[in-house]
Design a protein around this ligand. Structure first.
Ligand code: PEP
Ligand code: MG
Length: 965
């Protein structure tokens, strides 16, 4: 945004007439190094088109779009002419705000200046000002708008009263980043005040970073003080910027519209709060002008609106701005509408339908026709994805290994196939709405059929689950409805569909938690499938030979569609290790490196690549020598995989017979049987939060018992280590919202969160114990159950959970619960490892979560796109913590497992065994390889390697030392 500083202001200028003044302004821009001399012609050409006089003695000269090539840097020069000059349209001008802008930044200046236009006496004050500070002060009052948009709404919240709703609204403001904890506390301390019509208000100025209004409405019918509760407005007040929001609430009440809020969707709520009445006729239209609604098109719009003879209001659909009179130039300019944004026009319900429709059609037509400017249709899929034209991307060097994020292990060597996103060309508007709807219906049906076929091909597992989710998204009646409404307003099927998708994806992206926000990629993926069908655009055909797929980013269904017989690996410019596409790549066993930067898109098809998904490295156009060595490693990898698969059912032990259990990590109980088939000797980590995430609401006791029992039955007497709910941090649970935190990884998560709702923890423990009740076959059918608590930091948290657990054990008759049961803790917070000697006497076992333990020990976010490669569990600091943990456990006869990713790292396995770890729990695919690796060394060797590793100063030194051995 352009801002005005005092250095930008030239006082006391003189000019005989407007041309002189404009020459001086052009010279001032040039002197400041903002423009080339030729920009002057652009300024004159622009005045020849129409006057840039704005009002109140101010003109804002700026160049034509063609002259922007002469702009060297965006900036402004303000020239004060105390004696005034007559502008070419006859207006008196005292100040020229001359703009050099490379894009549409001048809109921001316009918005800042609109407040000046409404003020009495400002022209005189600008003329008489004798200091630059005074002029700057008069012109640059910051536009502070209180926030109200879809992200500050919390609709259909399951609250029991106004107080709970008030807290939900405050939490929403904190999630939106408008307030801090102090605000939430202040709201918690006050009783909501009734505004009437079932609407209540809480407000505070405490800990507010931006003024904003949140509105929470209840799920179903809730009564407060004998009246149906419509909602609670929660106001974050600051200065007087929130006053207009209060006025909006007041006019909503005046119109008797508050009661309608309960049960309404976000669009309706925002419309009512924007001042649109329920019965108003409305119509939306997209702004097509390259530089948005700047002064000239805004003037035209105002003229058309005035000609209609009815009061027309207009607002931006995006955001929650107030509807303003379409006949007010300053208000229309102040909307700051940019190309691609949609305007909603409305005419009050008092006007007869036909007249309102005619007026709305006229203003929408004028906007579509460009308001006096030549306009191009807006293609959202294209305009949002085009790279910056001036961005010059350096090509990748040859034969030089590059580092990125390791997303799925394995080595791959193959030529590149670079997937360039297809362009969808389609008309923005279409006349025959019925035909467009029929085309959309047909495309939706075909999309469904395609997805169904893919689900069948996937035959279960994660791939099928994600594709089924896509099917559900595609069938969403709200998306269909939004697209049909777009068609009703004259959009083509393509434009209406893509717009519906973008709106929904954008809303998803706004969610505070990363995993939910990543589902926006799924939505766009579904959207592109239908768009491709509508536009008859086929995805580029990959070669018949094996290849490494290179792409900007891959949608989950792109990965699911991959022909695994030909795709040897994935390399993407964007994406992180937690993206669905990365999860899928791991599930499919395809090596993947992600987040490698835009440069990968400069690769030519057929460039040979070496991709190391284990280390997150890749090399383009490798030398013959590097290639030969990689090929040797690959051949060795294949040989090892085949041999490991053959021997997968043998007992996991070192070469000299030292037993180390090899178990599987699961997030889905349906995969337990598959894990056993892969040789797993039990489940060493059931991430129960994924079971919870798969349900739309908290699963009840019976549902949980059935889930856990399914896993135990598939395990057929092998142990199940179930971790209690581990939500918060990077694992959100939609129906257990955690208020936004500055550092969620250091916030309310794991056992800390669970202990805030002991009822939930108790139900889960009860379900686990009940699921472990002996089967009808008798005691030989026992189901060994190990329960562990996540993120424990010290004995206090363990004791709190243990007390609950012991009460349950006592209350459940033995025949109805697990008898072979242990309660342990995860060691994933350094304090727990350091305090292992005090934990060990009371727990039954430890399981080291090396993913989090490494993150917290090294202070590196495990999902960080650049740093996560350094987050190496073989760091000697982490190894020392594991050593302490094992020593404490063994001193009390307790066992220790490792269930983080380190457990499947070939270099780390002997070190962990040497440190005394008794169990390794890894992803099911890795179980055969872990067993094979164990059989390659004996215990004495492992102990020597552990000693060696502990003595190193860095993770790299550990890896180097282990490699030499
Ligand atoms: C860990 O932190 O190592 C672990 C196994 O738990 P999660 O990856 O689920 O956080
Ligand atoms: Mg963890």
């Amino acid at each position: 945004m352009l801002t005005l500083s005092q250095d930008d202001i030239l006082l006391g200028c003189e000019a005989d007439e407007w041309r002189d003044a404009l020459e001086r302004a052009a010279e001032a821009l040039h002197q400041a190094g903002l423009t080339a001399a030729a920009y002057r012609d652009g300024l004159f050409a622009r005045e020849a088109q129409s006057s840039t006089f704005l009002g109140n003695a101010i003109a804002i000269p700026h160049g034509t779009p063609e002259s922007r090539e002469h702009v060297r840097a965006t900036g402004v020069r303000v020239l004060q002419f105390p004696r005034g000059i007559e502008w070419h349209d006859g207006q008196r001008v005292h100040v020229l705000v001359t703009i050099a802008a490379q894009s549409d930044e001048h809109l921001d200046i316009l918005r800042q200046l609109t407040h000046v236009l409404d003020r009495e006496g400002i022209a005189e004050r600008l003329a008489a000002a004798d200091s630059r500070a005074e002029i700057a002060g008069l012109l640059s009052k910051a536009v502070v708008e209180a926030r109200l948009d879809a992200d500050t709404l919390c609709l259909g919240f399951p609250a029991r009263d106004a107080r709970e709703l008030a807290l939900a609204a405050a939490a929403r403001l904190r999630q939106a980043g408008s307030v801090g904890n102090g605000f939430v506390t202040a709201v918690a301390d006050q009783a909501p005040r009734p505004l009437g019509q079932g609407l209540w208000l809480v407000a505070s100025q405490h800990d507010v970073s931006e003024p904003a209004l949140a509105l929470a409405t209840p799920e179903g019918r809730v009564h407060e003080a004998g009246e149906a509760l419509a909602g609670v407005a929660c106001l974050a007040a600051q200065g007087d910027a929130h006053r207009c929001l209060l006025e909006r609430l007041a006019s909503l009440l005046e119109n008797g519209g508050a009661a309608e809020l309960a049960g309404a969707d976000a669009a309706t709520v925002l419309a009512r709060l924007a001042g649109e009445r329920a019965g108003s006729a409305t119509r939306q239209v997209r702004v097509l002008n390259a530089h948005g609604l700047h002064a000239r098109p805004a003037k035209q719009l105002v003229q058309v609106a005035r000609e209609q003879g009815v009061a027309i209001r207009v607002r931006l659909v995006e955001g929650g701005g107030q509807a303003v009179s379409a006949s007010s130039l300053t208000k229309v300019i102040n909307l700051g509408a940019r190309r691609g944004q949609r305007l909603q026009f409305s005419v009050d319900e008092a006007v007869d339908d036909e007249r309102a429709a005619r007026a709305l059609a006229a203003v929408c037509r004028a906007v579509t026709e460009g308001l006096g400017e030549a306009v191009a249709p807006f293609d959202e899929s294209r305009e949002h994805h085009l790279p910056e034209p001036e961005a010059v991307i350096e090509p990748l060097p040859e034969d030089a290994p590059q580092s990125a994020v390791a997303a799925s292990p394995g080595l791959a060597i193959a030529p590149a196939f670079v997937l360039r996103t297809p362009r969808f060309a389609y008309p923005e508007r279409a006349a025959d709405g019925a035909a467009e709807k029929a085309r959309l219906e047909a495309a939706l049906r075909e999309g469904e059929a395609q997805l169904e076929a893919l689900v069948q091909q996937a035959r279960g597992g994660e791939v099928a689950q994600i594709l089924s989710m896509h099917e559900e998204m595609l069938g969403d009646p709200e998306l269909h409805q939004a697209a049909r409404e777009g068609i009703d307003e004259g959009a083509s099927a393509e434009a209406a569909w893509w717009h519906a998708i973008e709106t929904a994806a954008h809303a998803q992206e706004m969610l505070a938690d990363r995993l939910l926000a990543e589902r926006a990629a799924d939505l766009r993926d579904v959207g592109r499938r239908v768009l491709g069908i509508l536009c008859h655009v086929e995805m580029p055909e990959p070669p018949d030979e094996p290849y490494i797929l290179v792409a900007d980013d891959l949608g989950p269904s792109d990965v699911a569609r991959l022909d695994t017989s030909r795709v040897r690996g994935l390399l993407t410019a964007r994406g992180g290790a937690t993206a669905h596409s990365a999860i899928l790549a791991r599930a499919l066993g395809i090596p993947a490196v992600v987040g490698a930067g835009e440069r990968v898109m400069t690769l030519a098809d057929d460039t040979r690549l070496i991709l190391d998904g284990e280390r997150g490295r890749f090399t383009a156009a490798p030398s013959a020598e590097r290639l030969a060595s990689a090929e040797q490693r690959l051949a060795e990898q294949h040989r090892r995989e085949a041999a490991a698969w053959e021997a997968r059912h043998r007992l996991a032990a070192t070469r000299d017979g030292h037993r180390v259990e090899a178990a599987a990590n699961l997030g889905n109980t349906a995969h337990a049987r598959d894990a056993v088939e892969r040789g797993a000797e039990g489940v060493g980590l059931l991430r129960t939060e994924f079971i919870f995430m798969a349900h739309a609401a908290m699963p009840d006791l019976a549902t949980q018992v059935a889930e856990y029992r399914a896993a135990m039955e598939a395990l057929d007497g092998r142990p199940l280590v179930a971790r209690t709910l581990d939500v918060g941090g990077d694992k959100p649970l939609p129906y257990w919202p955690v208020p936004k935190e500055d550092n969620p990884f250091l916030g309310l998560r794991g056992i800390r969160l669970a202990l805030t709702r002991p009822g939930v923890l108790e139900t889960q423990l009860r379900a686990l114990l009940m699921a472990g009740a002996p089967a009808a076959g008798g005691p030989e059918q026992a189901r060994p159950l190990r329960i562990m608590l996540p993120m424990v930091k010290d004995i206090g948290e363990f004791r709190a959970a243990r007390a609950l657990f012991d009460r349950l054990l006592e209350s459940l008759p033995e025949a109805e619960r697990a008898t072979d049961v242990q309660l342990g803790v995860m060691i994933e917070v350094p304090s727990a490892a350091l305090l292992a000697p005090s934990l060990a006497p009371e727990v039954d076992f430890f399981s080291v979560g090396t993913n989090d333990l490494t993150q917290y020990t090294l202070a590196i976010d495990r999902g960080h796109p650049e740093l996560s490669a350094q987050s190496d569990g073989l760091h000697p600091a982490v190894l020392r913590l594991i050593e302490m943990t094992v020593a404490a456990a063994h001193a009390h006869g307790k066992w220790v497992g490792v269930c983080g990713e380190l457990g499947s790292d070939a270099a780390a396995i002997p070190v962990l065994v040497g440190l005394g770890v008794d169990e390794l729990s890894v992803s099911a695919r890795q179980v055969p390889l872990v067993k094979a690796r164990l059989a390659e060394f004996d215990l004495a060797e492992a102990r020597a390697l552990a000693e060696l590793a502990l003595a190193q100063p860095t993770a790299e030194a550990v890896r180097d030392a282990l490699e030499v051995r």
